[in-house]
Design a binder for this molecule. Structure first.
Ligand code: AMP
Ligand code: MG
Length: 279
């Protein structure tokens, strides 16, 4: 692995998987961490982690045993795009694959709900991120009543089987719910309305979804608790504070990649032999 001098700021903050907790708190208070270090400290610590991520990615790509897939879910303006830009921006783009999921097309609706998802799962050696995912099929679909209850209810087990199959085939899955409070979302959506460079991100559907806040909270609670497994854990990321959010996601990714101990393959014997005659 490329050696990067890392002065890691020792912060105690780290994410804990949903299935390791007795209760999952999705109230407004859980979107903040009052004891969080100040912005400067978090940003320095994050930049150290990002340097580490870039070095790990290089070895991960060369190693080629695994794919990494980060699934990002969260309400509108929760920072999914921000995480991709701020954290995934540290990686060499050659080894990164980003996929975003909007409302399914007519063709996608004629297939099973995982069809469009499976096609864009990263291959081994690649680091992928989903901006929304198959979880919309138990979130938006449930809350907006786009399918009968029996259809989306059956999907929790289908999702667990799908992710288990991916894991068995070398895909390392981590899932983050970027959790913002109602007040923070209000402030961010208002800022979007005021900013001509952000107007385009706004849809009427976003306002309808905000009005169904509690229904989404319940839908998230069920999805997170039923689909958090040791091989594909869910993490609730307190996301009102952007610097903290970036730090926590970066740290979780560093821990994940380090746990895989990626290493550079040794030189092939044929290359070594040929290299003897190299002039
Ligand atoms: P954005 O992430 O802001 O570009 O918005 C994407 C929109 O697509 C959100 O409103 C999602 O709820 C919606 N969406 C994504 N996947 C699905 C799905 N499977 N069924 C219905 N709506 C979806
Ligand atoms: Mg949106």
């Amino acid at each position: 692995m490329k050696q990067v001098p890392v002065q890691r700021v020792p912060l105690a903050l780290a994410l804990e998987a949903v299935h390791e907790q007795t209760t999952v708190s999705l109230g407004n208070a859980a979107a903040r961490v009052d004891s969080a270090p100040d912005k400067k400290v978090l940003e320095q610590a994050t930049s150290d982690l990002l340097a580490r991520l870039a070095a790990l990615q290089d070895a991960f790509h060369a190693d080629g045993r695994h794919a990494l897939l980060l699934i990002l879910q969260g309400r509108d303006a929760s920072g999914k795009d921000g995480v991709i830009k701020s954290v995934y921006g540290a990686f060499n783009p050659t080894g990164v694959q980003v996929a975003a999921f909007g409302p399914p097309t007519a063709l996608e609706l004629r297939h099973d709900f995982l069809w469009r998802v499976h096609q864009v799962v990263p291959p081994r050696g690649m680091i992928g991120v989903f901006n929304r995912s198959h979880y919309e099929d138990v979130l938006a679909v449930r809350v907006r009543q786009l399918a009968p209850v029996s259809v989306w209810q059956a999907r929790f087990a289908q999702i667990n089987h799908f992710e288990e199959m991916l894991h068995a085939n070398g895909v390392v899955i981590r899932k983050c719910f970027l959790h913002i409070s109602q007040d923070e979302q209000r402030a961010r959506l208002l800022a979007r309305l005021d900013d001509p460079t952000k107007n385009w991100k706004f849809r009427v559907e976003d306002l309808n979804d905000r009005a169904r806040w509690d229904d989404y909270t319940e839908a998230y609670r069920e999805a997170l608790t039923r689909c958090s497994t040791p091989d594909a854990p869910w993490f609730v990321v307190p996301a009102d504070n952007k610097a903290l959010r970036n730090y926590l996601v970066a740290r979780m990714l560093v821990d994940t990649l380090e746990s895989l101990t990626p290493s550079y393959p040794a030189m092939q014997e044929a290359v070594r032999t040929a290299a003897r005659n190299f002039t």
